[in-house]
Design a protein around this ligand. Structure first.
Ligand SMILES: C[S@@+](CC[C@H](N)C(=O)[O-])C[C@H]1O[C@@H](n2cnc3c(N)ncnc32)[C@H](O)[C@@H]1O
Length: 446
C-alpha cells in the first residue's frame, strides 16, 4: 500500500473513532486484515492513528487560532493528522506532510477544500502553534498538554496529588512494550528466552511474574511458537495469577473471565489439575476463554455464560478455594493502548461501573470457603472503582479482611511503590511501565 493510501486509511479510522465512538484497536486490526498490509505500513498506520488520537485535545488547541469557521469532521481530523506529524514526527518534512494532506482533501472534498487545507497548514507552518505554557491554571495546562479531559485530570489530582497525576498523564502518551506469558507446563521462561534470542528477538525478564517476558524488539505475533506457548498479557495482569496463590486440585471461580488471559494463567499455575469455573456475561466471549485454554493445551477450564451477580443461584456459600473477580471497569489504566477511552468515559460511567463492581463483589464473596482467598482487580486507576470500593465492601462484610500476607507476597519491585496502601496495590503506568492496574487480596475469616 502506498503511503498516501495508508494516510487515507488512518483518516477513515480517525473519523470513525472520533465521530461514531468506534474502538481504535479494533478498527486498526480490521484495516490490517482487510488490506493485508505489510509490516512497515502496519507500523505507520498504528503510529499515526494512536499518535493523532492520543494528542487530539492538544491538536485542537494548536489548530484553534487558524480555523475560525466550523469544518466537517473529516477535514478537522485531516488537519489534526497533519499537525500531529508536523509537531511530533521528525522524519517527514513539513512540505511533504502538507502536500499529502492537500491531495487527500482534493480527493475527498474537491478543489475548494484542498485550498482551505493548504491555507491552514501553510499558516500553521509559518506562524507556529500557540504556546501551552501561557495557560495559567496548572490542571488546565496539564489537560491540554497531555490531551486528557480536564475533569479527568482534576480527578487524578484529587486522588493522588499533582505530581503523580502529571507523571501518569505524560506516560499515557507513550506506547508500552509488549509482554508475553510463557505456558510454564510446556517450557520454561529461560528456554523460551534462549529460543527467542536465537531468533533475533531482544527480550527482558519481567520482575512481576516468573512466566513473563518483555519483548523489547521483534514482532512476537509472527513467531511460530506464539499461539501454543505464549499469551500476550500485560505484566500487571500476570501479577494476578501470581498472587492467586493457587495449588493443583483447587476449585476456583473466575467470575469475569473473558477473553481468558488470567483464567489460563491460573490453570497453568495449578498444573492443569483441579477445576476452574470461568464465567462471563456474554456467551460469545466465553468461546474466547475456551479457545485460549484449548490453544494452550489446558483442560481444567469450564467456560460458562452467566451474570455473576446471580451465581448464588448455582452455588452454595463456601464452595470455592479461590475466587478471582477481575471486574469490568472504566479502563482508565489502559489509555496508552486505547486512547479513545479518555474521551469517551464520564464520571457517570465510573459511578455506574462502581455500582456493578460492588454488586459483583458482594455476590461472589459468600461463595468463598472460610480461609479462602479472593482477588479483586481492575485495569483502572480510579479510586471509586478500587480502593474506595474495597473499603466500602469491608465495612459491610465483617467476615472478610485484607489478607495480612498480601504485601509480603508481592514481588520486591512493588513493595516500595506509592500506590501500595493498606487496601491494596494501585500500580500507575509510570511505576513499572505496565498498565495502570489495581489488585488486592481478601480472605474470609474462619
Ligand atoms: C476486565 S474483563 C476480564 C478480563 C479477563 N479476566 C482476562 O484476564 O482476560 C471483564 C469481563 O467481565 C465481563 N462482565 C461484565 N459484567 C459481568 C457480569 N455481570 N457477570 C459476568 N461477567 C461480566 C465482561 O464481559 C468482560 O469480559
Amino acid at each position: 500500500m502506498a503511503q498516501k493510501t495508508v494516510r487515507e486509511a488512518v483518516l477513515n479510522i480517525l473519523v470513525r473513532v472520533g465521530q461514531s465512538g468506534g474502538y481504535s484497536h479494533l478498527l486498526i486490526q480490521r484495516e490490517i486484515r482487510k488490506d493485508n498490509l505489510n509490516q512497515k505500513d502496519v507500523a505507520l498506520l498504528t503510529e499515526l492513528v494512536y499518535g493523532t488520537l492520543q494528542r487530539r485535545d492538544t491538536l485542537a488547541y494548536f489548530l484553534k487560532p487558524f480555523v475560525r469557521k466550523r469544518v466537517k469532521p473529516w477535514v478537522k481530523w485531516l488537519l489534526y493528522l497533519a499537525i500531529y506529524q508536523m509537531q511530533y514526527l521528525e522524519r517527514v518534512p513539513d512540505h511533504a506532510i502538507i502536500y499529502e494532506a492537500v491531495e487527500l482533501a482534493k480527493k475527498k472534498g474537491g478543489k475548494g477544500l484542498s485550498s482551505f487545507v493548504n491555507g491552514v497548514l501553510r499558516n500553521v507552518q509559518r506562524k507556529g502553534v500557540p504556546s501551552i505554557d501561557s495557560i495559567e491554571n496548572p490542571v488546565k495546562r496539564l489537560a491540554v498538554e497531555t490531551s486528557h479531559p480536564e475533569w479527568l485530570v482534576e480527578r487524578f489530582v484529587r486522588w493522588y496529588g499533582f505530581d503523580i497525576a502529571r507523571s501518569m498523564c505524560f506516560r499515557n502518551l507513550h506506547e508500552k512494550e509488549v509482554s508475553v506469558r510463557v505456558q510454564s507446563m510446556k517450557t520454561s521462561r529461560e528456554e523460551m528466552i534462549k529460543k527467542l534470542e536465537e531468533d533475533g528477538f531482544e527480550v527482558e525478564r519481567s520482575p512481576l511474574s516468573a512466566q513473563g517476558i518483555i519483548i523489547k524488539n521483534g514482532n512476537i505475533f509472527r513467531h511460530p511458537l506464539f499461539k501454543e506457548y505464549l499469551t500476550v498479557q500485560d505484566e500487571s495482569s500476570m501479577l494476578v495469577g501470581e498472587m492467586m496463590d493457587v495449588e493443583p486440585g483447587m476449585f476456583v471461580l473466575d467470575a469475569c473471565s473473558a477473553p481468558g488471559g488470567k483464567t489460563t494463567h491460573i490453570a497453568e499455575k495449578m498444573n492443569d489439575e483441579g477445576c476452574i469455573h470461568a464465567y462471563d456475561l456474554h456467551e460469545k466471549k466465553t468461546k474466547l476463554v475456551e479457545e485460549k485454554a484449548k490453544d494452550l493445551g489446558l483442560t481444567i477450564v469450564e467456560a460458562k455464560q452467566a451474570d455473576s451477580r446471580k451465581l448464588h443461584e448455582i452455588y452454595d456459600n463456601g464452595t470455592f478455594d479461590r475466587i478471582l473477580l477481575d471486574a469490568p471497569c472504566s479502563g482508565l489504566g489502559v489509555l496508552r493502548g486505547k486512547p479513545d477511552i479518555k474521551y469517551q468515559k464520564s464520571v457517570d460511567d465510573i459511578q455506574n461501573l462502581a455500582k456493578v463492581q460492588g454488586d459483583l463483589l458482594a455476590a461472589v464473596a459468600p461463595l468463598l470457603k472460610p480461609d479462602g482467598k479472593l482477588i479483586y482487580s481492575t485495569c483502572t486507576v480510579d479510586k471509586e472503582e478500587n480502593e474506595l470500593l474495597i473499603q466500602a465492601f469491608l465495612e459491610n462484610h465483617k467476615d472478610f479482611v485484607i489478607d495480612p500476607h498480601f504485601k509480603a507476597s508481592l514481588p520486591e519491585v512493588c513493595k516500595e511503590l506509592e500506590g501500595l496502601t493498606e487496601w491494596g496495590l494501585q500500580l500507575f503506568p509510570q511505576d513499572l511501565d505496565t498498565d495502570g492496574f489495581f489488585l488486592t487480596r481478601l480472605i474470609k475469616k474462619v
